[in-house]
Write a protein that binds this ligand. Structure first.
Ligand code: AHR
Length: 496
């Protein structure tokens, strides 16, 4: 039935709302093989690197215009003591990474190395400070070390460690998951602590901090309500963490590669829950902040499956299929459509962990289907948001139904319009027709990501199985734009 239904997209003209590029941010934690093996290689490694930072990974991330990178955690952030990660590497103390596999962390990748990486990526650093097991003084001194330009105890140590000028880091996380691994606090207790830590994390000249408070887990609306009431405009942003779990069971989450349609359907249903979460958290924020000054920062999202068989369960290494690409496209469409409140987001995580963009194996690297979605969607970064309404066909399994289609659109500074569409239905195509509400355009071009099976993945022996290709299913017919969306696909169109 869906194949016959013709969907009408009603696009409105652009207003002032911008889709912040920071929605397209990423996350790199000291977890499994994200930093070590992912970004950072051994001394004397034959893998091409600059100062031990992998060049293939840097090049790939630059191509998708990575806007920001979050570090050092995650749960790791609340056990990280930054002073252990500066100075001569052979003198840095080691620590146990108690959260992730109980492995020894040698602190060879620390503040200078992370900021060098951000420099190479040409992206903004987003550092999460330690509230759970660190002190107010420790956080205050880290900010001084990073941002003070002048004579001070921390600026002197920074210069001795080879960096004269401050980096001027502005995105500043005050703890992580303070309701859980970050200290198991109540929202009221955390709000008070936030104010203490945030007060002494100072704004130095040229580096006003964008302080980001640790926010809710999924549908914990009470956390958002309490934080908005207690902290309000003392924060630049409030976070939300939500992961898509295929089975709804954290103890047996489901395989990344081996799943049937029932599990696929359930996964997409869970992925679409982000729409409800963002809507409801935003509504609470609107009550206290009607002018939308405080950002909703979804700084952990993505699919979380069981680890690949035979790998360390504490390392969270999972493969990435066409299903993951549909999750990425859908979630980014949701964020674009809520860009009045969602100003920043970070997929978990960049390399070798959870819904990774990149997988590495010694000197080899592959780009996952999720990477290709970020490549397609980069056209929305900092573009003007175009509101869209439409009636989606339904995709049903058993007695349950979800919308098969999700869409977002924007107009860039040259006037080009970009429409990103996701068809979640694994069997039926969708026909779309729209007059674009008087928008002037002459040509349409596009790219598509799809594959034969929803479980298709890229492997080190076949790294290009799932990739972007030229899309020929869109055409101009009089004043109408007509689109034939293949089943289980993501399409991004450019109209000029
Ligand atoms: O991304 C993996 C972990 O998930 C993070 O460390 C933590 O913040 C979340 O629970």
């Amino acid at each position: 039935v869906n194949a016959q239904s013709e969907v009408n997209l009603n696009i409105k003209q652009a207003g002032e709302q911008i889709i912040s590029k920071h929605i397209y941010g990423h996350f790199s934690e000291h977890l499994g093989r994200c930093i070590y093996d992912g970004f950072w290689v051994d001394e004397n490694s034959p893998i091409p690197n600059k100062g031990r930072i992998r060049l293939d990974v840097v090049d790939a991330l630059k191509k998708i215009n990575i806007p920001n990178l979050r570090w050092p955690g995650g749960c790791f952030a609340d056990e990280y003591h930054w002073r252990d990660g500066i100075g001569p590497r052979n003198q840095r103390p080691k620590m146990v990474n108690t959260n992730w596999g109980g492995v020894t962390e040698d602190n060879s990748f620390g503040t200078h190395e992370f900021l060098e990486l951000c420099d190479m990526l040409n992206c903004e650093p987003y550092i999460a400070g330690n509230v759970g097991s660190g002190t107010v003084e420790e956080m205050a001194k880290w900010v001084e070390y990073l941002n003070f330009d002048g004579v001070s105890p921390m600026a002197t140590i920074r210069a001795q460690n080879g960096r004269e000028k401050p980096w001027k880091v502005t995105f500043w996380g005050v703890g992580n998951e303070s309701w859980g691994c970050g200290g198991h606090m109540t929202p009221a207790y955390y709000s008070d602590l936030y104010k203490r830590y945030a007060t002494y994390a100072r704004d130095y000249a040229g580096a006003p901090l964008k302080r980001i408070a640790s926010g809710a887990n999924a549908d914990d609306y009470n956390w958002t309500e309490t934080s908005m009431k207690a902290i309000g405009s003392r924060m630049w942003g409030l976070t939300l963490h939500y992961y898509t779990i295929p089975t709804n069971n954290w103890k047996a989450k489901g395989s990344a590669t081996n799943f049937d349609e029932e599990q696929y359907f359930n996964t997409m249903k869970n992925c679409l829950k982000m729409e409800e979460l963002v809507t409801k958290h935003s509504a609470i924020m609107d009550k206290y902040d009607p002018n939308k000054k405080v950002a909703l920062v979804v700084d952990e999202w993505g699919i979380w499956t069981d680890v690949e068989p035979g790998t360390n369960p504490g390392f969270l290494y999972q493969q990435n299929s066409l299903r993951d690409a549909l999750i990425a496209g859908t979630t980014l469409n949701i964020f674009n459509n809520h860009s009045d409140r969602v100003k920043m987001a970070n997929l978990a995580q960049t390399v070798n962990v959870l819904q990774a963009l990149i997988l590495t194996e010694k000197d080899k690297m592959l780009l996952t289907p999720t990477y290709h979605i970020f490549d397609l969607f980069k056209v929305h970064q900092d573009a003007k948001y175009l509101p869209i309404t439409f009636n989606s066909p339904e995709y049903g399994f058993g007695n349950a139904k979800i919308p098969a289609l999700n869409v977002s659109a924007s107009q860039d500074s040259t006037g080009a319009v970009h429409i990103s569409l996701v068809n979640l239905d694994p069997k039926n195509k969708i026909s779309i027709s729209t007059d674009l509400n008087g928008l002037k355009w002459k040509t349409v071009t596009g790219q598509v990501l799809t594959s034969v099976k929803i479980t298709d993945i890229n492997t080190f022996s076949n790294p290009d199985k799932v990739h972007n290709a030229k899309f020929t299913g869109a055409k101009k017919s009089g004043n109408l734009l007509k689109i034939d969306m293949p089943s289980q696909s993501v399409v991004v169109l450019e109209l000029k």
